[in-house]
Design a protein around this ligand. Sequence first.
Ligand code: NPQ
Ligand code: MG
Length: 376
Amino acid sequence: MNHGPSVEVRSVDLREVALPLVRPFRTSFGEEREKRAILVRADCGEVQGWGECVASPEPRYSEEWLDGAWAVLAGYLGPSLLSGGPVSDPADVGRRLAWVRGHRMAKAAVESAILDAWLRSQDLSLSRWLGGVRDRVPCGVSVGIAATPEAMLEEIGGYLARGYRRVKLKIEPGRDVEVVRRIREALPDTPLSVDANAAYSLADAPVFEALDELGLVMIEQPLDHEDLADHARLQARLRTPLCLDESIRSAADARAAIELGACRVINIKPGRVGGPLEARRVHDAAMAAGIPVWIGGMLETGVGRAQNLALASLPGVTMPGDTSASDRYFDEDLTEPFVLESDGTMMVPSGPGLGVEPLEGRLSAVTVRAHTVSGP
Ligand code: NPQ
Ligand code: MG
């Protein structure tokens, strides 16, 4: 018998939401004009918990995509949770879903929802349970590819005026060195990084050698997500740290990348690695190896952003992440808006669980599809 806190999942509600973005967001793999996400609600009777699935409408950033995540949540993950009895340890969720291969973004959303409910049942905040050591965290911002460097500079000027501590420029072949050089000339002292979203190969090393002269904080995911060896070869030719994003899908990947010298920084996204527990394992592995980490972003609504902020409060998160304020993405968020303090930090939610929940009227206004997985 386990007498610790436990929750029993009675039903799992799925909602697909569509929120207009304040401006299109363009990366090397495509452009998004609205944010679509699956919100997962775990109904545990006395308590409810929420999670957000970051799979996007098309399988461009990763092989996972929204309709696939929806199908695996409705057909396999939801039913597995309902049939297994009470959850007394948040790690039970991952163990119960481990028979499903892959589908990390879908698994992450249910793990988040149940963890939220489990924490709420004990009045404990996610940050505290994870081992967070900060009540506010420094924030950066990610800037989409635009038609001209001037357009990017104008957007960046607005973010710097608000206090963002680091600016990440999205690059793609043909829109890289010249653009970044122009922005560096205009902003000689701003912490700048670039993110290629895996759009280059080792034959493009001269591009990165030119970027190496521009004093960047890091170069994120320059090469194919499956090629750690080439990342190690590229890192050996550069002073600028490489940061891996798409390549790191687990703590095991993180350990392999570090051992190979494929990166000197890691971007942690809980969806990409299968949930907040694996995200903490990636953090722990990196910290043990002396590798700094930061928390990435997938244009999450307030639900996913609350989790990112809790993770960003961990001790090994020593670089500003991509967790930006609600108004960087949406006119109206799903939760109460997250705001940037004038010093470029954001408050880590301190209430039970995620510390936030979707506003009911707002949620129903943006829901485009709903489905309930209920017990036998
Ligand atoms: C990155 N994020 O670090 C990602 C890329 C990204 C803030 O730069 C829907 C699905 C929207 C996947 C937006 C940032 C997305 C997405 C951005 C991935 O590489
Ligand atoms: Mg990235």
